[in-house]
Design a protein around this ligand. Structure first.
Ligand SMILES: Cc1ncc(COP(=O)(O)O)c(C=O)c1O
Length: 304
């Protein structure tokens, strides 16, 4: 490893994490229950996926698995792809993304602008279909790709264990932590660390309330491929979120604070409110995966 490469990695690392923990207690139905959300769009690539993408890439470079002669390959419906593309661009490396063909044009344009190669998977098979295709491409061409495999890569959840959780603990002592389940990296990493430090903390998995939903990045685990990094032992409770309730939260947060949040971020806050309705006091922390930048169509539909 030459010093210039290490310098480059350090420069990118400075653009990852250290996001604001925002006080959303105005949404709480109970005066003694506080709600906080981490504004994860405040980092390179504009989403929560900057942390795991960077940790996966950094470790692959340090292990010699990723270099100029190999392209990073993975399946992603959006945010991880953008994070991979933004980070590899800064490091002078290549990224190949398997993306469901029905991803929005906004997303395809961002990836193309960042110089990523896109391979389309079936629009009918969603994120699970993209994952199957990515694995088969890798198995046929292991010499030209580093397969990042975010659904099974421990460097995904470890990024949240080492950083997201520690950033939360530096500011508050949560009684409840609620996270959406996509790759489940946020849930597993933050959940594991918080349980070690605060054994009484309640860890809540958030899921859409039906298989067909509008919550980009979320999995309905009962009907989806369960990620290898998911730790079912961690969940004390599950909350199911209706997409239309998340849309109402988008309106509330915009009119209250001028923040333009994504359906996913709004659904995480909706989950926190549902938890607050069941307790008398406490501090609920959740993670707001991204903002509205890639959701022009939703904001148009909501006339916002
Ligand atoms: C918008 C959005 N929300 C939630 C998630 C879920 O995060 P995780 O993969 O850590 O479970 C993702 C993951 O890609 C996402 O893009």
């Amino acid at each position: 490893m030459i010093n210039t490469e290490i310098d480059q990695i350090t420069q990118v690392e400075e653009k990852i994490g250290n996001t604001e923990l925002y006080d959303f207690s105005f949404l709480s139905p109970q005066p003694n229950v506080k709600i906080f959300g981490k504004l994860e769009w405040q980092q390179l690539g504009g989403s929560v996926k900057a942390r795991p993408a960077f940790n996966i890439i950094k470790n692959a470079i340090l292990n010699g698995d990723l270099h100029e002669g190999k392209a990073l390959l993975d399946a992603s419906s959006g945010n991880t792809a953008i994070a991979y593309a933004a980070i590899t661009k800064e490091l002078g490396l290549k990224a190949t993304i398997v993306l469901p063909e029905n991803a929005t044009q906004e997303r395809k344009d961002i990836l193309t602008d960042l110089g990523a190669e896109i391979i389309y998977s079936s629009p009918f098979e969603g994120a699970d279909g993209a994952q199957v295709l990515a694995r088969s491409i890798y198995e046929k061409n292991p010499e030209i790709y580093f397969y990042a495999d975010q659904y099974n890569n421990d460097n995904n959840w470890k990024a949240h264990y080492a950083h997201t959780a520690e950033e939360i603990l530096a500011e508050v002592q949560p009684t409840h932590f609620a996270a959406s389940l996509g790759t489940t990296g946020t849930f597993t990493g933050v959940g594991r660390r918080l349980k070690e430090v605060l054994p009484a903390v309640n860890i809540i998995g958030l899921q859409p309330n039906m298989p067909m939903h509008g919550l980009e990045g979320w999995k309905h685990l009962e009907t989806a491929k369960v990620p290898g990094i998911y730790d079912p032992e961690l969940a004390d409770q599950t909350e199911f979120i209706d997409t239309s309730d998340a849309y109402n939260t988008i309106r509330q947060v915009l009119s209250c604070c001028g923040l333009r949040i994504s359906p996913s971020a709004a659904a995480s806050l909706t989950g926190a409110v549902q938890i607050a309705e069941k307790i008398n006091e406490g501090t609920i922390v959740t993670v707001l995966a991204d903002n509205a930048d890639k959701y022009g169509e939703v904001y148009k539909e909501l006339e916002l």
